[in-house]
Ligand binder design. Structure first.
Ligand SMILES: [Zn+2]
Length: 286
């Protein structure tokens, strides 16, 4: 896979029509037969002036943007693709302000586009395994007055494989009833789990994990391989990005931002995440 420069992006997608053709091919190229007339290896042509394609044999129309994040948008498809590209090359996220500047659209439109692109970066995948570090952190809640700061911070629970993937979820609280089910779903049984000494982790050895902990309150930052430096590194990167790019993230959208950072982290070895991201945009979300 190549690194996708802005020059390469413009070569791949010079205009709206190229973008639409790409969407059509992504969604329908693998269809062996026309869904309506059943002709094998159907041939389609673009309907002039409309965002759809028609089967040469039966006239069945296919709208590749239907149900995707681009559906019914008045913003040009090339502009949408460009925002996807911006997200793919950014390290710390793309703010609505940046999108507004790049596209020359209103802030409201820019915000909506950025939010939609972020929905492409969903978390998923198999449970983590090997050696996993877990931790909770607190995000947001600007310190406006004394004693006010902590109360409106949001709890985020994270799990990371050393040298591998991360999962992060905005949770209601850091209690065992909230965290343990997520941990069991997110980490394969038999995995080595390292955490701090929070109460919630004390039962891990009884539910099928090898567990050890670091005593942060005693000033301990790890004993050899027993540490939580990986997840703490992820938290500090996340917080730097949230502070630097988004300044303040509301609780309502925190999970979307988490998904974005997790997506990028989990693909950090790839030269570009653009091909995967733009391909996923062809999938129907509605
Ligand atoms: Zn047909």
């Amino acid at each position: 896979m190549e690194k996708v420069t802005v020059k390469r992006f413009n070569e791949l997608f010079p205009d709206d029509d190229t973008c639409l053709d790409f969407m059509f091919k992504q969604a329908y190229a693998s269809m062996p037969a026309c869904l309506k007339c059943g002709v094998m290896e159907p041939r389609y042509y673009r309907v002039r002036g409309r965002k759809c394609y028609e089967c040469k044999d039966c006239g069945n129309q296919i709208h590749p943007l239907g149900g995707t994040i681009f559906h019914k948008s008045s913003t040009s498809l090339k502009d949408w693709f460009y925002v996807v590209y911006l997200f793919s090359v950014s390290k710390n996220g793309v703010s609505a302000k940046e999108v507004e500047r790049h596209l020359g659209v209103t802030y409201k439109t820019a915000w909506r586009i950025a939010k939609q692109v972020r929905t492409l970066m969903a978390q998923g995948g198999n449970p983590l395994s090997g050696v996993v570090e877990t931790d909770e952190t607190y995000v947001g809640g600007r310190n406006k007055g004394a004693g006010k700061g902590f109360a409106n911070k949001e709890v985020v629970f994270g799990m990371v494989e050393r040298g591998g993937r991360v999962k992060a979820e905005h949770v209601r609280s850091a209690g065992a009833r909230i965290l343990l089910p997520r941990l069991r779903e997110g980490i394969a049984p038999g995995t080595v789990v390292y955490s701090d000494q929070a109460q919630v982790y004390r039962t891990l050895h009884r539910i099928g994990y090898y567990h050890d902990s670091v005593n942060h309150s005693a000033g301990e930052y790890g004993r050899g391989i027993v540490h939580t430096n990986t997840i703490e590194g992820f938290w500090s990167q996340l917080k730097r990005s949230v502070d630097g790019t988004y300044h303040c993230v509301s609780a309502k959208y925190l999970q979307l931002y988490l998904n974005e950072f997790v997506y990028r982290y989990n693909r950090r070895q790839l030269p570009s995440i653009f091909p995967e991201l733009i391909a996923s945009a062809a999938r129907r979300v509605q």
